[in-house]
Design a protein around this ligand. Structure first.
Ligand SMILES: O=C1O[C@H](COP(=O)(O)O)[C@@H](O)[C@H](O)[C@H]1O
Length: 221
């Protein structure tokens, strides 16, 4: 882990801590929506060390692969192992999978669970892939148009470029958050973001759906 990425993770954790604290001053519970993948690990560790009243914090994911929670591809596993540790284990975590065999069969059950969270989210932290996807809004997904337009909470997604089916919060539900942050690292992702900022076809680079939120960008080489 480079020093720059570690510093970025710590600065991001401080910003998220401040945002959650601010909302906790005037509401009983707050909701934090995090992303999966590999980028957030140092951020999760830094945030877990923050002195929050974690028993008043709800946590969920922006998206998930429809895999068993024991799978190394599970974003929920990542959250449990790196964020919900120490004092932060008192947070209420709602994963985005259930016992149904497919996301299409399970989406309503997961939505019922997710509706019980403290919406609107205080902070949504998005990641971004090299193809410009964010959450599980993929350029090659047949469900992209639906996920960008629906007012439903969650959408089941099948994406040719991805090995597993997925589930994602809709763009609408993520848009409703009070604060939006993009956490990315590396020159490749900086170039993708620059391309996204210089165009407007959201189907080509779905991260564009969040560029006007406004979106705080946390990037390190
Ligand atoms: O598949 C996913 O990828 C993105 C980016 O992940 P990273 O490994 O490049 O950091 C992530 O934001 C998303 O939650 C995840 O499901």
């Amino acid at each position: 882990m480079s020093q720059a990425r570690q510093q970025l993770a710590e600065q991001l954790a401080e910003a998220v801590f401040q945002g959650l604290q601010e909302d906790l001053n005037h509401q009983e519970r707050v909701l934090l929506v995090v992303s999966g993948g590999s980028t957030p690990v140092p951020f999760f560790k830094a945030l877990a060390a923050k002195p929050l009243p974690w028993d008043r914090v709800d946590v969920t994911l922006a998206d998930e692969r429809w895999v068993d929670e024991q799978s190394s591809d599970s974003n929920a596993k990542l959250v449990r192992e790196h964020l919900l540790q120490g004092e932060a284990s008192a947070a209420t975590f709602i994963p985005l999978t259930c016992s149904a065999a497919t996301p299409e069969e399970g989406v309503d059950e997961v939505a019922k669970q997710a509706e019980s969270l403290a919406w609107p989210a205080s902070v949504v932290i998005l990641g971004m892939g090299g193809d410009g996807h964010t959450a599980s809004l993929f350029p090659d997904s047949p469900e992209l148009t639906l996920a960008l337009a629906t007012e439903e909470l969650l959408v089941a997604v099948r994406t040719p470029s991805q090995p597993q089916p997925r589930i994602t919060f809709s763009a609408d539900r993520l848009h409703q958050a009070r604060r939006h942050i993009l956490h990315i690292t590396g020159e490749d992702k900086r170039a993708v973001l620059a391309k996204a900022l210089n165009g407007d076809d959201v189907r080509q680079l779905p991260i564009r759906a969040f560029l006007t939120c406004p979106l705080a960008i946390y990037w390190a080489p």
